[in-house]
Design a protein around this ligand. Structure first.
Ligand SMILES: *Cc1c(COP(=O)(O)O)cnc(C)c1O
Ligand code: SF4
Length: 367
């Protein structure tokens, strides 16, 4: 067994272990994990400083999960876009291939709570998924997902990568994972040596809170980046965990320092069992507005709402940026709330000088 497997084996998974550790009612925890399994591995466990801190809330089961009457099991209607059980094919040129139901931790906010740690995915199901991809030439981009694909042993993962890479119309392969921060010991040199054979290979990593970025996580991301794998981040906004500007700003700045490019900041999905962690849409927009001008555009993710029922992802921008847009000009507010005009191509009347700062405090009006 490799070291990471030994670490994983020591995870807290049972109600009595978890309740003893955190002084909780075992019977309540038992009822929650009967519905949604728990796994708190020693690496993630060590990040918890106290009860109800932002790390604790991500992994310790909470009674509210089984009292939620707002959420639904499959909020994005993935089952509706699933031609075979291991595939979600929503966008023409991209498909998700679920390769496992296992993860290094079970995040309480997971969009796939209905599957994670529950419904097993067999080798046969994965192979049927790969057959589907082979039969659909419009798919150019395969996203290995789950569960967490990196929980698989190198040999099993490599067999999947080999088969997918063998399909001529597949251009890029992506891996969606939380393991570089949930169990960084899994990112061995051996794994990286194996992965780099399947380029172009991209990785999107789940990060929620800046405290997750430890020395071991930094080293893991460096190994992946040194193997030539472009790293992106995905972050879900969660109430009481990371739903403020300072936390998100710190996270994004730390991510670029460990060579992870912020990709998506997600509004939480309407997943059953996660309602107590959901934030308002305004919260995300306010954070995005706050980031603009404060940190490099390079460190700013897109803010995404994945529409209920399978409507797909939509990127939102703070709505008060554009004040007016017409044939003649664009009138916008900048990051300091000053107002500027940008003349359109067809405009003959507006000169460069006229387009300079028009903020009312400067003694000029917009009109
Ligand atoms: C998010 C998602 C993708 C990937 O979307 P990108 O915007 O290309 O990262 C693909 N398929 C499904 C079903 C998804 O939910
Ligand atoms: S690692 Fe990903 S798939 Fe697994 S529980 Fe967390 S969010 Fe869900």
């Amino acid at each position: 067994m490799e070291r990471w497997q030994h670490i994983l084996k020591k995870s807290l998974i049972k109600a009595d272990q978890i309740s003893t550790e955190f002084d909780l009612e075992s019977e309540k925890i038992d009822r929650v994990i009967a519905e949604y399994p728990a796994r708190i591995n020693p690496h993630f466990m060590a990040l918890i400083q106290k009860k109800h801190d932002p790390i604790y809330k991500q992994v310790v089961p909470d009674e509210r999960e089984i009292l939620d009457d707002v959420g639904v099991d499959d909020p994005l209607n993935e089952e509706g876009d699933s031609p075979v059980p291991s595939i979600v094919h929503r966008y023409k040129d991209r498909a998700l291939l679920m390769v496992t139901n296992q993860c290094a931790i079970y995040c309480r906010f997971c969009t796939r709570k209905r599957l994670a740690g529950k419904r097993p995915i067999s080798k046969k199901m994965v192979h049927r998924g790969i057959d589907y991809i082979r039969d659909h030439k419009e798919i150019k981009d395969v996203i290995l997902s789950g569960g967490d694909p990196l929980i698989l042993k190198n040999k099993v993962l490599e067999e999947i990568l080999e088969r997918v890479r063998d399909i001529p119309h597949i251009e890029i392969i992506r891996i969606g994972t939380r393991i570089p921060n949930a169990l960084p010991q899994r990112i061995t040199k051996n794994l990286c040596r194996m992965l780099k054979k399947y380029h172009p290979l991209y990785m999107n990593i789940n990060f929620i809170h800046p405290r997750e970025i430890t020395g071991e996580v930094t080293a893991a991301c460096n190994r992946l980046a040194d193997a030539g794998i472009p790293l992106g981040s995905q972050t879900v906004l969660l109430k009481g965990i990371n739903d403020d500007l300072e936390t998100i700003k710190e996270l994004m700045q730390k991510l670029i320092a460990i060579r992870v490019k912020p990709y998506y900041l997600y509004q939480a999905d309407l997943t059953r069992g996660t309602e107590h962690m959901r934030t308002s849409v305004e919260c995300g927009l306010d954070i995005l507005r706050g980031l603009q001008g404060q940190i490099s555009g390079f460190a700013i993710p897109k803010f995404i709402v994945d529409l209920p029922g399978g409507g797909g992802k939509v990127a939102l921008l703070p709505s008060d940026t554009v004040i007016e847009l017409n044939e003649r000009e664009l009138i916008v507010k900048n990051y300091e709330n000053k107002i500027y005009r940008y003349p359109q191509v067809t405009s003959e009347k507006l000169t460069y000088e006229e387009s300079l700062n028009l903020t009312p405090q400067n003694g000029r009006s917009i009109r």
